[in-house]
Design a protein around this ligand. Structure first.
Ligand code: C5P
Length: 206
């Protein structure tokens, strides 16, 4: 079984996916981390984020690997763990440019499709492009202000700066952020984390 949980930036996808996956006793898979790894490697190598062959060369040549653990996904570059470096403001800013490259998207999609079922997959296009056959699909939204308030706990900038950056990223990601026609759209604004998890668990097929 595959459950997809897509949504806009900072809509709570990772925490919700982790909670749903734990309740189901399956791993969750964070596709955004692979895009973040692509951005980090390009930034570190001084490669133009729009240079598809160069970014792809970094991903393929250096053995980037997603470890979809139930307690939190990790990303490895050979023996080096990248996970802690993937949520910086610098990566937030650069990631949409590499995610717009069709070759990078194809590379990420191929990594994800190799993973053994069952799992919960979270991202932007899990229910539309990557796993259209998924048994249950969800799409999380919330207003930019609510998302910025939540994100402010994890970033050094103030709420208006975070809100502006999130709105810019939504705009840059607009091609990937259409919900699947068969996804249940959940506005997470009025709900806490457990509330969103409960809505999802209560609508899953047996
Ligand atoms: O989910 P997260 O905010 O960590 O994703 C980081 C970025 O990766 C997004 O802003 C988007 O550019 C890209 N992404 C994507 N498709 C996905 C997941 C993430 O384009 N399925």
């Amino acid at each position: 079984m595959i459950v997809t949980i897509d949504g806009v930036a900072a809509s709570g996808k990772s925490s919700v996916s982790g909670g749903v996956a734990r309740a189901l006793g399956v791993p969750y898979v964070s596709s955004g981390l692979l895009y973040r790894a692509a951005a980090l490697l390009a930034l570190e190598a001084g490669v133009d984020l729009r240079d598809a062959p160069a970014v792809l060369g970094l991903l393929e040549g250096r053995g980037v690997r997603l470890e979809p653990l139930a307690e939190g996904n990790r990303v490895w570059l050979g023996q080096r763990e990248l996970t802690a470096d993937l949520h910086s403001t610098r990566v937030d800013k650069g990631v949409s440019a590499v995610a717009a490259l069709p070759d990078v998207r194809a590379w990420v999609d191929a990594q994800l499709r190799l993973l053994p079922e069952p799992f919960v997959a979270e991202g932007r296009d899990m229910g539309t492009n990557v796993f259209p056959q998924a048994q249950a699909k969800f799409y999380l939204t919330a207003s930019p202000r609510v998302r910025a308030e939540r994100r402010a706990k994890e970033r050094p900038e103030d709420i208006p700066a975070i809100e502006a950056a999130l709105t810019r990223r939504d705009e840059a990601d607009r091609r990937q952020i259409t919900p699947a026609a068969d996804a249940l759209v959940i506005d997470t604004g009025p709900l806490d984390l457990q509330g969103v998890i409960d809505v999802i668990l209560s609508t899953l097929p047996d």
